[in-house]
Ligand binder design. Structure first.
Ligand SMILES: [Zn+2]
Length: 203
């Protein structure tokens, strides 16, 4: 297992923010108003898909398309500070969100938002692709691929995104297949490549 330090994780957040041209919003106390300011009413916008309430924002990171500036990434932790989220999970989860930033850049803010929120199947697809860097970082960190149990729990996270059993099953199959590629040492996601390339030189 690799050894992460607070300082490395702080610097990693700065590196990833710069690399993927995103603004990170850390959760210190209350949910920052900025999270709600981007869309006139994020809650209303997400109402049919994810309920962005305090419970959600206590536990989930969220990447917010922002037609007025940099893509925002809200993180329910402060970089390098371990309360409920370990240093490893900060690293892994930030890479996941940065992969969403890549998706947003490829598709444009409005198109991404409409597709992501438009159907559970599309949402599951975006999420499973954003899990690629997580599997890559898992392999880098532990020196072995994620277990079937981990893959299953990753896929089941999509329940919170109002994806149904069929979308979750498809996602789990996808993760099992991609994990086999990762187990051969492949790192092909943009966020995984950037993260592991940077970390390799420092950890
Ligand atoms: Zn995601």
């Amino acid at each position: 297992m690799k050894k992460l330090t607070k300082q490395i994780v702080v610097n990693y957040h700065a590196f990833m923010a710069e690399k993927f041209d995103v603004k990170l919003i850390f959760r210190k106390g209350d949910i920052p108003q900025e999270v709600y300011d981007v869309f006139p009413s994020l809650n209303q916008f997400c109402n049919e898909t994810i309920t962005v309430d305090t419970a959600f924002l206590n536990n989930y990171a969220i990447t917010i398309p922002n037609p007025f500036g940099k893509t925002l990434i809200y993180l329910p932790w402060v970089a390098g500070v371990v309360t409920r989220v370990s240093l490893y999970n900060q690293v892994r989860r930030l890479a996941h969100e940065c992969q969403h930033a890549v998706q947003i850049k490829h598709e444009g803010d409005t198109h991404f938002a409409a597709s992501y929120l438009g159907s559970p199947a599309m949402r599951a697809n975006y999420e499973s692709l954003a899990m690629h860097p997580e599997l890559e970082i898992h392999f880098w960190y532990y020196g072995k691929p994620a277990t079937a149990k981990t893959l299953s729990s990753m896929a089941n996270k999509l329940k919170a995104y109002r994806c149904g059993a069929d979308d979750i099953a498809v996602t789990e199959k996808h993760l099992v297949a991609y994990n086999k590629i990762v187990a051969r040492g492949s790192v092909s996601s943009e966020a995984g490549k950037a993260a592991i390339g940077w970390l390799e030189e420092r950890v």
